[in-house]
Every structure is written in C-alpha cells, then in structure tokens.
Design a binder for this molecule. Sequence first.
Ligand code: KPL
Length: 298
Amino acid sequence: MNQVHIVGRGAIGLLLANKLAQHTQVTLITRDDDFDDYHLIDNEKSHAIPVSQTTFDSLRSKITHCIVPVKAYQLSQALHALAPHLHDDANIILSHNGMSDVSEIIQSLKTNQALYFLTTSMGGMKPLANTVKYTGAGLTQIGACNQIAQARLPSLFQGLIQPCLSQAQPVDDINEIRWQKLCVNIAINPLSALLQCKNGKLRAPAYARQVLSLLNEACFVAGLDGVELKLSSELMRAYQVMKLTAENNSSMAQDIKIGRRTEIDAICGFIVSRANRHGVSVPENEWMWQQIKRKERA
Ligand code: KPL
C-alpha cells in the first residue's frame, strides 16, 4: 500500500497519520496550507509527523486510499469535495463519533469503490492546530460497509492497518460495533461536557442514574433497529472506558470548552430521531441533547 490520503487535520486523523506513516506515504488534504509541519506529543516528547500536505484544489492524481476522519456533520461536505478525486477502485474509510447514514453514501459510489468504517478508542487532543497529543492507546476496529469492501477487507487490513496499528482488528459486523461505540459516547461525552470534567469523574455514584437511563434508552432503540445490545454489557464497556480514559477530557468536553460545534446530533440526537421513527420516547437522551444544544448556542 504505497499512498494514503487523510482528509483534514483533526486529532484522530493526525494520530492515524503518525501510525500509518511508519509504512506508507501519507498526505493530508486540508482546506488551506497554513502549516509546514505537524507534530505529535507522546509522554512529553514531541516529534514531527512525516506527512505531506495538499488541498482539494491542488490534487492532481486520483486517490486510491482515503481516510475521512471528519465529524459526522462535516461528512457530506467532505465527501462531495472528495468524490471527483477518487479512483474508480478507491478504498474510502470513514471514522467519526456517533451515527451517520452510510446508505446514501454507498449509493453515490461507483461500482468498484469500497466503503469501510473505522472506530478507535486511541486518545488524542490538540493543544495546537498542527499538533496532537497522544493521550492513550486503544482498540481500533474496521469493517466493511458495502459488498466490494467486504471482499477487499482482508487485503486492506493486512496491507495498510495491521503493519502500523498493533491494537487493530477487522470486524464482520461494523454496524454493531458502531452501536457499541455510540453507547460509550452517549454515556461519557455529553455528561462530561456539561460538567466540564475528566472522563474518570463520571464513575462516581452521583452520575450512575443518568448513565443507566441514557444507556437503557439507547439499548432499547438499538433493539427496535434490529441490533441486540445487552444493557449490562454496554454499562460495563462504558465504565471500562471511563476508567481507561480517566484522565482525558472527552472530545465533546473539549468542543464545548472552546466554543466549537459538538457531535451531539449524531449521538443523543440520533437516538431521539430513531425513537421518534419508532414512536417511542427517550426522555434522558432528549434532555441531554437539548442541554448540549443550549450550551453550543451559548
Ligand atoms: O470517544 C471518546 C471521545 O472523547 O469522543 C471517548 C471514548 C469518550 C474518549 O474520551
């Protein structure tokens, strides 16, 4: 696998760029070329991430492998800009918190363009626009979203992901994995953003009722959507992530702190919209969604 493009310069994009650059030529596609270099801080030590950079306007050749780690609400704009530059056989890897509807994206692809989704619990935060701080290792999972991706997943995994990411695995059912990650984000992100606290603080009994109600509603809605999630397993997963990332500020806590739009629409907002579709109510997710929207507006 000799070249990978990554859209944007978000925390996850830069963490992946740093890992993939060990074996692959990595090019970031950014809106402007403000920065000459990108850095990663790990354990107080900083090094340059060996990547090159381009903009959509300056792209000259077709892209064969592209990672799109942009927020759910930026996805359709990013894919629109990307589409004319994609090779007819391109592999496209999405990665973001929350849920997005991939069926529309799949319909817009050419017959041989493969779509994957990657989720990771690697931790990163950006102290500066061109710098990511590595805040913890975590599992990365990748799965296919369309049939052509299903067929190519083993070779993509062996050629691109496995050599660079030690804690990574290909998965058969990425939809179920996305729901599991959604539950983790529902339990941690909005509460930590409202309280402006580190993830570990949410393990306190004071927040147990809210975490339980949020996840109970999410598991119920998942069931209505045909995805069987056990409340006990999702609670265990969420509390384990709170423990593993105890010293981290969630991405939503950081977004609220610096006045940036959050991913709440694709997290609690997604549960509310699916619940509405099924004619059931999810008051805890609805409340959380509205609280974060209010904070965003403020
Ligand atoms: O995905 C995360 C995020 O911050 O967005 C978690 C898993 C909650 C880690 O902080």
